[in-house]
Design a protein around this ligand. Structure first.
Ligand SMILES: Cc1ncc(COP(=O)(O)O)c(C=O)c1O
Length: 395
């Protein structure tokens, strides 16, 4: 076989979203685009804000030597300065431009960090439900996935994380607002996690890094505040992007920030910058760095997603589904009626509704709905959600 066993296995395990996407293609060919309700992918369906287009045009037409050249692997200094001052003003901790690295999205940031910190056989703790691709990212760099069950209502269980820590644990990944549950972890939870990790790091004489994946930080509802992770834990790295909040996932632009008090800071940053290069990213896209640096604090209108969340909650509630109202993101993670997520996803598919089984996120028994779709899709799916619920309850 020409393709590695590892990649074959990874394709088999990580393809739920892709499978749904492919099924969507088949169904659309059969029934027409308008008659398939595709809630499978977290691809924002709102266009980027006007400011983004204006800035992009300005930078694209700027005739300046070196605008399209290689640059320091960490990214442009002026861009990192703007991001550092944004992080300082919003996170409540002084961050210097040296501690910022521009990356190819949050996914690029995570791969760079994991490559930097993992020795073969080290493990990274992930708390279910979690974004499925963490497993692949950890595997990319010779790490093992150390899965733990989350707490009630998709909260973190600090106790479960503590129990899972062993000599080979290099880090913990958290993601809040969370894909797939929409949960935002409270300040108390983050503080409890931080003090447990500080204690465990001290006890074993080596830091456990906290990797906070934050691409949905601005996508929150009802005045919810997402507490700062970087302020609360010294060995922390936050990783984010503009994919979701500026609706530009195809542009592959994001950044990471390392806490200035993190253990082995000099090597950590040096390693991250080198890994950005040798993983083949080299540096984050040049024009995009300049554009996003000028758009700190901007985002698409969150009212857009809130309307969709509220309407979908109403539809699901009326049909009888059990779920927790998302506090952020554009995902809903209801309980599978009858308890079997595969059966639920198949029953929904019968109604031409595409969703993703919870087992793809380490949490069987639930399914994910990505509601970054048009209002029309939501409205027209109502009957199908209801029919599928009845079919599942009666089966
Ligand atoms: C939780 C989470 N983290 C990271 C990513 C990767 O995002 P990007 O690399 O586009 O920033 C995604 C994308 O869907 C995500 O949902």
């Amino acid at each position: 076989m020409a393709v590695s066993q590892r990649v074959i296995k990874s394709m088999e395990n990580s393809s739920w979203i892709r499978k749904m996407f492919e099924t969507g293609g088949i169904l659309k060919a059969k029934y027409g685009d308008d008659n398939v309700f595709d809630f499978s992918i977290g691809n924002p369906n709102v266009e980027p804000p006007e400011d983004f287009i204006i800035k992009l045009s300005e930078y694209a037409s700027l005739k300046k030597t070196g605008m399209h050249a290689y640059m320091p692997n960490a990214g442009y200094l002026d861009v990192r300065e703007k991001i550092a001052s944004w992080v300082t003003s919003t996170e409540g901790i002084e961050i210097h431009s040296d501690n910022i690295v521009m990356t190819c999205g949050a996914a690029g940031a995570m791969n760079v960090v994991l490559k930097t910190i993992l020795n073969p056989g080290d493990n990274i703790i992930v708390s279910a439900p979690y974004f499925a691709e963490y497993e692949a990212y950890i595997g990319n760099h010779g790490g093992e996935v150390n899965r733990v069950q989350g707490g009630e209502k998709f909260n973190l269980s600090v106790e479960n994380i503590e129990k899972a820590i062993n000599e080979k644990t290099q880090g913990v990944i958290i993601n809040s607002p969370n894909n797939p549950s929409g949960r935002v972890y409270s300040e108390d939870t983050i503080k409890n996690l931080a003090s447990m990790l500080e204690r465990k790091s001290r006890e074993r004489g080596r830091a456990i890094y906290l990797l906070s994946d934050e691409p949905y930080k601005k996508i929150v509802y009802d005045g919810i505040k997402v507490p700062s992770v970087i302020k609360n834990y010294s060995h922390s790295i936050i990783m984010t992007s503009y994919s979701k909040d500026l609706s530009i996932p195809g542009e592959r632009i994001g950044w990471l920030a390392v806490n200035p008090a993190a253990e082995d800071l000099h090597n950590l940053l040096g390693g991250i910058i080198m890994c950005n290069r040798i993983l083949g990213y080299v540096n984050a896209p040049a024009i995009m760095q300049k554009v996003v640096a000028d758009l700190q604090g901007r985002s698409v209108d969150m009212g857009f997603y809130k309307t969709k969340r509220d309407r979908l909650c109403e539809i699901l509630g009326n049909a009888g589904y059990e779920f927790i109202k998302p506090e952020g993101t554009f995902y809903l993670f209801p309980k599978a009626p009858g308890g079997d997520d595969l059966k639920a996803v198949n029953a929904l598919q019968e109604e031409r509704i595409l969703t993703v089984p919870g087992r793809g996120f380490g949490t069987p028994g639930y399914f994910r709905i990505a509601y970054c779709v048009s209002d029309r899709v939501i409205e027209r799916s109502a009957e199908g959600f209801e029919k599928a619920f009845r079919a599942l309850k009666n089966s």
